[in-house]
Design a protein around this ligand. Structure first.
Ligand code: AMP
Length: 395
């Protein structure tokens, strides 16, 4: 699925409409608390500027109602932050397809950057209204998708706008290209043994990921609270652990489908309360006493999982092995993260909590790829094809 990238098109004197993911976290005053998503888009942005392109950036921020401007969701702070990061002025349009956007697009010179107001202020963004997509498409000569976190969505700026650009170039940015390379291409032709480690709170969130990875991996290692629903399915005792009793039949199906491949914990680190200071004990999996809850994989499981990682050639990890926010129940997650960081395998960390854990532990530079997308990276691990990517030009 190699897609044409922004590096493959001549941007000189051309206007590039780039969909980015500037959906940054903000505090109560609107100040950006983490500008990582803006920084991740910089290579594509810089590449257009350096080659004399005129750049229009569009993004969503938060979940406005789609009925006009809502000041708390303005993208203005992201334009200010981008200007600081680039060390040059960045223009901002107070609408997306209205008169301010139209006049600022017309005024763009080579190397200029313009951020349009939140695409989700327009009803057309969600509802796919043709005139909205057409107007955005009319602004540019080249469309670029560098919004990986939104790639599993089919909103107008992701699909209708590039389609409205007809035969003009439609390409991926560097961030999307890298995510596809690892979350799709590497996984479809993995070095073996190929091991997936899946954790987190609920089986229900990861059913399709488990199913897809059981089809292509040599081993799927399970951790986190979802292990206890599997334990229930095997007739184990789970005390007051977080379980999903209605998912027991499904867990039985997955155990049967994954015979030999699906590896469950052999021991559990549990506590008598959901707290760092609770009484603690390690018990055999499926033997959690009444009044106790499983909060992490036990040391024997952590060692076994680390050994499997050591002998693998490709590792995918999504979801913590326990309540990693609450020491000492971070030990299982730490042991797995360290084994991945120490191994020579191609290692891919799915977004969300596992990405946060690997960064917190300082291992981000020791793994091959840390995905920037939460929902999008899970969807990709489910083997889903993204229409927003499929419609872009092949290399
Ligand atoms: P997810 O968003 O599904 O990846 O789940 C991440 C959350 O699962 C984290 O906040 C963990 O604290 C939580 N989690 C992992 N293991 C357990 C457990 N044994 N009991 C309760 N919560 C857990």
């Amino acid at each position: 699925m190699a897609k044409k990238s922004i590096a493959d098109v001549d941007c000189h004197g051309k206007t590039v409409l780039m969909r980015v993911d500037f959906n940054v976290p903000q505090d109560d005053t609107g100040a950006i608390t983490d500008d990582r998503r803006i920084r991740m888009a910089l290579p594509s942005i810089q590449s257009v500027i350096d080659r004399g392109g005129k750049l229009i950036l569009m993004s969503h921020l938060g979940r406005p109602k789609g009925k006009g401007p809502e000041p708390e969701f303005t993208l203005h702070p992201t334009a200010v932050r981008l200007a600081e990061l680039l060390g040059k002025p960045v223009a901002f349009a107070s609408d997306t397809v209205g008169p301010d956007a139209q006049s600022k697009v017309a005024a763009l010179a080579q190397g200029d950057v313009l951020v349009l107001e939140n695409v989700r202020f327009n009803p057309g963004e969600k509802e796919g209204e043709a005139s909205y997509a057409k107007t955005l498409a009319s602004f540019a000569d080249i469309y670029c998708n560098d919004a990986f976190g939104t790639c599993h969505r089919e909103e107008a700026s992701m699909v209708a706008v590039p389609l409205a650009m007809g035969n003009q170039p439609k390409v991926v940015g560097f961030l999307v290209a890298k995510e596809i390379q690892y979350l799709s291409d590497t996984i479809s032709k993995p070095g073996r043994p190929f091991v997936a480690i899946l954790g987190g709170a609920k089986v229900s969130d990861k059913i399709n990921v488990i199913k897809n990875l059981l089809g292509i991996c040599d081993y799927v290692l399970i951790g986190g609270a979802m292990a206890y629903t599997f334990s229930l399915a095997q007739g184990g005792k789970t005390g007051k652990s977080l379980v999903e009793p209605d998912k027991v039949p499904l867990a039985k199906e997955l155990i049967a489908a994954g015979s030999g491949k699906l590896i469950l914990p052999s021991d559990t680190h549990c506590g008598d309360a959901f707290s760092s200071s609770c009484n603690k004990q390690v018990v055999a999996a499926g033997n959690i006493p009444d009044g106790w809850e499983g909060l992490d994989i036990g040391p024997e499981t952590a060692k076994r999982y680390a050994d499997i990682v050591k002998s693998s050639k490709t590792v995918v990890w999504n979801g913590p092995m326990g309540v990693f926010e609450m020491p000492p129940f971070d030990e299982g997650t730490k042991a797995v993260a360290k084994a991945i960081a120490d191994s020579d395998a191609v290692s891919i960390i799915g977004g969300g909590d596992s990405a946060a854990a690997i960064e917190q532990l300082g291992f981000a530079d020791a793994v091959t790829h840390v995905s920037t997308g939460g929902g999008a990276s899970l969807s990709m691990l489910e083997g889903e094809k993204f229409r927003a990517v499929e419609i872009l030009d092949e290399a």
